[in-house]
Design a protein around this ligand. Structure first.
Ligand code: PGA
Length: 264
């Protein structure tokens, strides 16, 4: 373990990929490969696969979650899904504030903050995604943007919530781009995030894992996980293949991966 107070988490974000059948087939192949892992392995799957996946994952170390939820308890919100429904289906965590939601669905910090509060009261662990755009980085605004997203996204929470939060630093320009942030950029940005969390939660902030996301692949996982303050990954594209995601899990705990060898 890198830090005594926080777990190492490797989370997959499937986005809008895989039918229920494809999801179940993935699980059957993936689970034996990671059975002996000591990491926390999360999979954020499409809503309709949550129940099937959560049932399959019941006796495994894999934690199933969602990629979004509504901020209201219930109501006339056509097409939306509540935290209570997710929890009931077997989800244990939810990704909130992903840059695709911010950009394509116009979600702002205050909406995201309301969702975070709702997720916590519904018993779901939120993964708050934050990150600067290319433009913001070029203008030297990275630190300011990250602090703003942390302060606004987590407003109104108290120290007691810190142990239940995860933050994912995902530079918008690195997502789905084939080129991750460099280890130096990652190290600096994670430090900004940790400082922002310390301002909000004091010592308790040390319990919050900060994941890196944005073109994490088997090729760069080891170099990135070695950075201080990198407590795991949020993986999009490379989590769609059971083999490459299993490889990332293994590399993150400094083990090599042999797909023909199944963990006991
Ligand atoms: P990527 O996506 O790994 O495909 O860059 C990461 C994410 O969007 O969470």
């Amino acid at each position: 373990m890198k830090h005594p107070l926080r777990p190492l988490v490797v989370a997959g974000n499937w986005k809008m990929y895989k039918t229920v059948e494809e999801a179940a087939n993935y699980f059957k192949v993936f689970e034996p490969w990671v059975r002996s892992s000591r990491l926390f392995i999360y999979l954020a799957v499409p809503f309709i696969s949550i129940k099937t996946m959560a049932d399959m994952a019941k006796d495994s170390a894999i934690v199933i979650g969602a990629q979004n939820m509504n901020d209201a308890e219930e109501g006339a919100f056509t097409g939306e899904v509540s935290g209570r429904m997710l929890k009931d289906a077997g989800a244990r965590f939810v990704i909130l504030g992903h840059s695709e939601r911010r950009r394509l669905f116009h979600e702002d910090n205050s909406f995201i903050n309301r969702k975070i509060q709702r997720a916590l009261s519904d018993g779901l662990q939120p993964i708050l995604c934050i990150g600067e755009t290319k433009n913001e980085r070029e203008q030297g605004l990275t630190e300011e943007v990250l602090r703003r997203q942390i302060h606004a996204g987590l407003a109104g929470l108290d120290r007691m919530h810190a142990a239940r939060l995860i933050v994912a630093y995902e530079p918008v320009w690195a997502i789905g781009s084939m080129s991750a942030a460099t280890p130096e950029m990652t190290c600096e940005a994670h430090r900004f995030c940790r400082e922002g969390l310390n301002e909000l939660f004091g010592d308790e902030a040390e319990r919050i894992p900060i994941l890196y996301g944005g073109s994490v692949k088997p090729d760069n996982a080891q170099e990135l996980i070695a950075q201080p303050n990198v407590d795991g990954f949020l993986v999009g594209t490379a989590s769609l293949s059971a083999e490459s995601f299993a490889k990332i899990v293994h590399l993150s705990e400094n083990r090599s991966f042999n797909p023909s060898a199944v963990s006991p």
